[in-house]
Design a protein around this ligand. Structure first.
Ligand SMILES: Nc1nc2c(c(=O)[nH]1)N[C@H]1C(S)=C(S)[C@@H](COP(=O)(O)OP(=O)(O)OC[C@H]3O[C@@H](n4cnc5c(=O)[nH]c(N)nc54)[C@H](O)[C@@H]3O)O[C@H]1N2
Ligand SMILES: Nc1nc2c(c(=O)[nH]1)N[C@H]1C(S)=C(S)[C@@H](COP(=O)(O)OP(=O)(O)OC[C@H]3O[C@@H](n4cnc5c(=O)[nH]c(N)nc54)[C@H](O)[C@@H]3O)O[C@H]1N2
Ligand code: SF4
Ligand SMILES: [Mo]
Length: 724
């Protein structure tokens, strides 16, 4: 057919990774389908498949814009790229000169494979205040715990059978990988590997789309995962079910862990978690005895003030059962010859002075975090109080008015920044309060390397069509800003030169890589039992201080923290705040992804909106009856911070005391503050702490609330009180 071509690429409508065949006819994308020859075997989800509607949406940003009215007033003037980039560059340099690099924060939304550019930019101008956002409640706690225990910052589930075995037992712990494709794992791998599994254990307060296939469903009280994990450790250790060979030869700190979990008897843990003790015992026995096994760990474990203990205790279960580096267990994948793309920012990390790192906001308190990341809630509080070292924010993607705790406070805080520049594809509610807005290309419109989570593959995002108007690719925007503020570290003439540089280790150029689309190390090329070789350490071992798997990590000890996991009640609960529970008698859980939105994205697409029209709050039918609420009623959900409305979805698959509010639902069709105050879950969440002591995580998953029916004449939303 005239002008028809098919381009192989990689979808990035979520964190990305699915191989895609893009049909382009006469310069227009006409069809998208999964690439059957990719590791995701031709599968795609509703979000990815609606990318044509997303890309062609009439509301796409097409030109750089400068604010001309008051912040948030919505008055903009079109400017040239030169003016936009020069203004951003000059502002950055001006603040750096006057107040030092820590006065300029640069950050991003959730990962879409451009994290290496964001971090390199921060490193290149030397700031110790990067990464305002949600990493402290999304993946950092798990990554840091992996690093503390194993010396490598992540282990993946070996679903692939490359070592001759599939996992016999799988635990899906606070995770819906079947919907979320998060953290470098893909739904299709998990679902296929279940065909080989004997046991599936699901740890989730709610019934999910896989609980009906589960051998055991541990219906946990939100926010109590560390107690459950320590209860399972208690059974595995005191019933002598642990892997003695692995523990004796390769682990350090076992006796200390054994002492710590002694008090976490099945009875006590059952009381804390609301899970029957028989089920806790059974889960521990199955995982310890029916090997190999792996554990998927999800974001709710991080989005709680007990986050680092959640991660330490669950990862310890992997370790003491010897489910590490054996086929069908938890693996540290060796990357393809390119190496991990993250090197792009590590390699210049030393450019940030020790002093600037130490002065990073929140660093004094929350030290168990990658260097350079400031602590979000502290920064926002300081902005409101008028004593924050950060004066300017350059932001790429993300919408803090939806993603951070206590939206009304977030709004007030951000208004106190002296300058905000932001790059997005749409005029988000965050863009609306910025000073300069940059239009960004869609994944179908840009060339880049996809390596969202370093794993066994690196893939190409291939530009299928030109972006609309003057929208530009992410890589180009970073390169141009980098050239203006720290040219020494951004020496490339073109984006292609920069991509070639990133691929150099594999001795391949972008023009060839974009044709082959993927470099991967799979099958027999992927080595197991690396700790028995010189891979991490001469003579064998793990890349930790002791060379062993550290069950009582020296990394935490050196930072002055209790190195062992412990359990703490959520900051609001029936047990920690019984008086509050009298007024707010239900447990508020805000999250649990649905297939139809990726945070604030896609609720402006007809295909997606047809599948879910309204934001929904899950309420148990018994509870709904008690409050006179019926399916489809608009309901107020109120916490100490404020209230929002969502439509009731009666759901019997959870404890009647729990209410699950959908997060991220953006009312794109509403204007002004209605868009982010009507139904946004984070109007309800807590920004005051206490936070996780080592990492600073806030609590999104186990708070208290009350619910009642919306009455005629009620306002659509409660406005922000700017005086308080
Ligand atoms: N469709 C879609 N996909 C996404 C996203 C999206 O917005 N939409 N977001 C992406 C991002 S940034 C991330 S971090 C990932 C997150 O993806 P996941 O890590 O899979 O997390 P969730 O789906 O939020 O929650 C997983 C499960 O945890 C349960 N849960 C809630 N609270 C608790 C608790 O206290 N304990 C336990 N054990 N379980 C609990 C929920 O009921 C839910 O079924 O998804 C990514 N993928
Ligand atoms: N209550 C509650 N709150 C949560 C969560 C929850 O489960 N419950 N989840 C938390 C988690 S885990 C996370 S990671 C955060 C996520 O929250 P954010 O990090 O704020 O989410 P994003 O999807 O990055 O932000 C959406 C914006 O990014 C823009 N965008 C999308 N792709 C691109 C791109 O390629 N380039 C650019 N420049 N812009 C782009 C979109 O147009 C949109 O305006 O939310 C957190 N907040
Ligand atoms: S799972 Fe993510 S990468 Fe795959 S099709 Fe859906 S949006 Fe695209
Ligand atoms: Mo996330």
């Amino acid at each position: 057919m005239n002008g028809k071509k098919i381009i192989r690429s990689t979808c990035k409508a979520c964190h990305g990774g699915c191989g895609v065949l893009v049909t382009v006819e006469n310069g227009v994308v006409t069809y998208l389908e999964g690439d059957p020859d990719s590791p995701t075997r031709g599968t795609m989800c509703a979000k990815g498949l609606s990318s044509i509607q997303h890309m062609n949406h009439p509301d796409r940003l097409t030109y750089p814009l400068k604010r001309v009215g008051e912040r948030g007033e919505g008055k903009w003037e079109r400017i040239s790229w030169d003016e936009a980039l020069d203004t951003i560059g000059n502002k950055m340099k001006g603040f750096i000169e006057q107040y030092g690099p820590n006065s300029v924060c640069n950050s991003q939304g959730t990962g879409r494979g451009y994290g290496r550019y964001t971090v390199r930019l921060g490193n290149s101008y030397g700031t110790g205040n990067r990464g305002l956002g949600t990493s402290h409640i999304c993946y950092f706690p798990r990554l840091k715990a992996f690093e503390a225990i194993f010396g490598v910052n992540r282990l993946y589930c070996d679903y692939h059978g490359w070592g001759g075995e599939y996992p016999k037992t799988q635990i899906s712990w606070a995770k819906q990988i079947e919907h979320t494709n998060a953290d470098g794992e893909m739904a299709v791998w998990f679902l296929d590997s279940l065909k080989h599994a004997k046991n599936l254990i699901v740890v989730d307060p709610r019934a999910t789309s896989i609980t009906n296939q589960a051998t055991l469903w541990l219906q946990i009280r939100p926010g109590t995962d560390a107690a459950l994990a320590m209860g399972m450790l208690n059974i595995i250790i005191y019933e002598n079910l642990y892997d003695k060979e692995f523990v004796n030869n390769w682990c350090d700190g076992f006796d200390k862990l054994k002492d710590r979990v002694r008090e976490f008897t099945p009875e006590k843990v059952s009381e804390i978690t609301w899970i029957p003790k028989e089920k806790i015992i059974q889960a521990a026995r199955i995982f310890a005895l029916e090997k190999p096994g792996c554990i998927q760990t999800g974001e709710p474990l991080d989005a709680i003030h007990n986050s680092h203990s959640n991660a330490l205790s669950i990862i310890a279960i992997m370790a003491i059962t010897g489910n590490v580096e054996r086929p069908g267990s938890m693996m540290c994948w060796v990357p393809p010859d390119t190496g991990p793309m993250e090197v792009f920012h590590w390699e210049i990390a030393d450019n940030v002075t020790k002093e600037n790192l130490e002065k990073g906001i929140g660093r004094d308190k929350y030290k168990f975090r990658p260097p350079g990341f400031c602590h979000t809630e502290t920064v926002l509080r300081q902005l409101r109080e008028g004593n924050c070292a950060i004066r300017m924010l350059h932001q790429h993607g993300g919408n803090f008015l939806f993603s951070l705790t206590n939206t009304k406070n977030v709004y007030k805080s951000l208004l106190n920044l002296e300058f905000i520049s932001i790059a997005d594809q749409f005029m988000s509610t965050f863009c609306e309060i910025a000073d300069i807005v940059l239009p960004v290309a869609h994944w179908l419109e840009e060339d880049d390397i996809w390596d969202m989570h370093p794993g066994f593959m690196v893939r190409a995002n291939n530009k299928a069509v030109e972006p609309p108007g003057e929208a530009r690719s992410t890589a180009w925007i970073y390169l141009e800003i980098g050239k203006r503020v720290a040219p020494k570290f951004w020496p490339w003439e073109t984006v292609e030169d920069m991509l070639n540089y990133q691929l150099r280790k594999a001795d391949i150029k972008w023009e060839d890589f974009k044709e082959i689309v993927m470099l991967a190390r799979t099958g027999k090329d992927q080595p197991y039992y690396k700790y028995k070789t010189d891979y991490w350490r001469k003579g064998g071992g793990f890349p930790t201080k002791t060379g062993k798997v550290e069950l009582c990590p020296t990394m935490l000890e050196d930072l002055g923290y209790d190195p062992l996991p412990y359990y703490e009640e959520p900051c609001e609960s029936y047990y920690s705040t019984p008086e509050l529970a009298e007024e707010y008698p239900l447990i508020l859980n805000t999250g649990g992804r649905v297939a139809y939105n990726f945070h604030t994205q896609f609720t402006n697409l007809p295909w997606i909106r047809e599948m879910q029209h309204y934001p929904r709050v899950q309420i148990h039918p018994d509870t709904a009856r008690e409050y006179g609420i019926e399916e489809g009623d608009w309901v107020w959900i109120e916490s100490l911070r404020g209230r929002i409305r969502q439509k009731a979805n009666l759901f019997a698959g959870m404890d009647p005391r729990i209410v699950v509010v959908q997060a991220g639902f953006c009312y794109w069709e509403k204007k002004g503050h209605a868009r982010f105050l009507t139904s946004n879950a984070n109007v309800l969440t807590d920004d005051a702490g206490p936070f996780d002591v080592a990492i600073g995580s806030s609590n999104y998953r186990a708070l208290l609330c009350k619910i009642y029916k919306v009455k005629d004449g009620d306002p659509l939303y409660d406005p922000i009180d700017m005086d308080n």
